[in-house]
Design a protein around this ligand. Structure first.
Ligand SMILES: [Ca+2]
Length: 441
């Protein structure tokens, strides 16, 4: 019977081709054992001592065992190393993650409504305090911002009110300044032409009158025929031709407008009314720029002569007449009526042409919100909403029907009365002319 230890050696020895040998044979075959060792490097040797229980100790010597593994197994070591590295990396990440979480918790804690009071001496105390400080600062800034916004809203409202008020005031202010300057310039002009001794010495009389501001200057030097003359109301601007009426009420009148036969169309653009149009010897509009220059250089009076188809002749005289520049939309300043035709330019509170802007069919500056009075009444005029006078209306040779767009003067006797068949009457002739207020013919 082989010993118990033999049983587990069996497969190895068998694999080596060893035969089981008896105790004695193995001992006896010690000399021949060299050959057996070469054939199979595993040796089994008795220690020669047997325990009392019947078991004997054997010594088994096995050669170094080499197991051939597939090539891929050679990378196992690398894989193990990598796994080790990964494990270390994971551990370090895990740790830093925990640190992270701790920090986050620390930061968040006071943020939850600031209800967590820091325990004294805790490591996060300084940070907690700083966070609370920042938070209160943010709250304060937010409140300040809200206040500032409300203040801005209030200021914005005031600014809008002011700009509305200003727009109205600026025009009045500029107008009054222009009027003041005009009167100062006029008075200086008068002083210089009459009282400056140096000027009298250096300039001969004809040189003094080289500049004729309007028809009254031509009258002063003796011109008495109603004709076209060249005037220079403002030395800074170029001179231009005007028609002078040297007969009516003493003469010296510069004519601004004339209607007498319908030979000139008065349904015109802003540009046409600006520069003027028509024939100075027949029907024309002198031009708003020229009217502005003439009325700003001196205080002027306006005379309007009217005649109807029945041969009735009436007039209106205004002691104040000024037309602002294009920037101010040729605003009309008219006042102090006198005459026989009635004050149609200031008919009532609701029909008042004073202080109105000029409107043409292509430029709506009137006070009629739903449309353009110039377009409706085929004219350029200082429309209100819309009119009690319109001397630039269509020329009708007889009574007409439809829109009242003819030459119209609202205070003319019977002009607004209802006629049979809805016919309306128009005026046959109209003339507007100006003269310096202080001119003595
Ligand atoms: Ca309008």
């Amino acid at each position: 019977m082989p010993p118990a230890g033999w049983c587990w050696l069996g497969p190895v020895l068998a694999a080596c081709g060893l035969l089981a040998v008896a105790d004695g044979a193995a001992e006896a075959g010690g000399g021949a054992g060299a050959g057996a060792e070469a054939a199979c490097p595993a040796t089994l040797r008795s220690t020669g001592r047997c325990a009392a229980g019947g078991e004997c100790a054997y010594e088994v010597r096995l050669p170094a065992l080499t197991v051939q593994l597939p090539a891929q197994w050679g990378r196992l070591e690398e894989v193990f190393k990598e796994v080790q590295n990964l494990k270390e990396t994971v551990n370090s990440l895990k740790k830093s993650c925990q640190d992270c979480k701790l920090q986050a918790d620390d930061s968040r804690a006071p943020g939850r409504g600031g209800q967590l009071s820091p325990s004294p001496g805790a490591p996060g105390e300084a940070e907690d305090g700083r966070v609370r400080e920042l938070e209160s600062e943010v709250n304060k800034l937010s409140a300040d911002l809200k206040d500032a916004k409300e203040e801005i809203d209030v200021l914005h409202g005031r600014l809008e009110e002011l700009s509305l008020v200003n727009m109205n005031n600026i025009e009045n202010y500029v107008d009054s300044k222009v009027a003041n300057l005009t009167s100062v310039v006029n008075s200086l002009d008068g002083k210089c032409s009459s009282k400056c001794p140096s000027q009298e010495h250096t300039q001969s009389r004809p040189v003094q009158h080289l500049i004729y501001k309007d028809c009254s200057d031509y009258y002063t030097i003796g011109k008495r025929s109603s004709e076209t003359y060249r005037v220079t109301p403002d030395p800074k601007n170029s001179s231009f031709e005007v028609f002078c009426d040297m007969e009516t009420m003493g003469g010296g009148w510069t004519v601004l407008q004339a209607r007498l036969d319908g030979s000139t169309n008065f349904t015109r653009t802003w540009q046409d009314y600006k520069v003027g149009f028509g024939n100075l010897r027949r029907e024309f509009w002198l031009g708003n720029d020229k009217i502005h220059l003439l009325t700003k250089s001196k205080d002027m009076i306006l005379r309007i002569d009217l005649e109807d188809f029945n041969g009735v002749k009436l007039y209106a005289l205004y002691d104040q007449f000024y037309v602002a520049n294009e920037f101010l939309k040729y605003r009309l300043h008219i006042g102090n009526y006198n005459g026989t035709a009635g004050d149609a330019l200031h008919f009532s509170k609701h029909y008042n042409h004073d202080l109105k802007f000029f409107t043409t069919p292509d430029r709506d500056n009137d006070r009629y919100p739903s449309g353009n009075c110039g377009l409706y009444y085929s004219s350029g005029w200082w429309f209100d909403a819309c009119l009690s006078a319109n001397l630039n209306g269509r020329y009708y040779h007889q009574k007409y029907r439809g829109v009242r767009n003819g030459i119209f003067w609202g205070t003319w006797p019977g002009i607004s009365e209802a006629h049979p068949g809805g016919y309306k009457s128009s005026l046959k002739e109209a003339k507007m002319m100006i003269r310096p207020k202080h001119f003595k013919p």
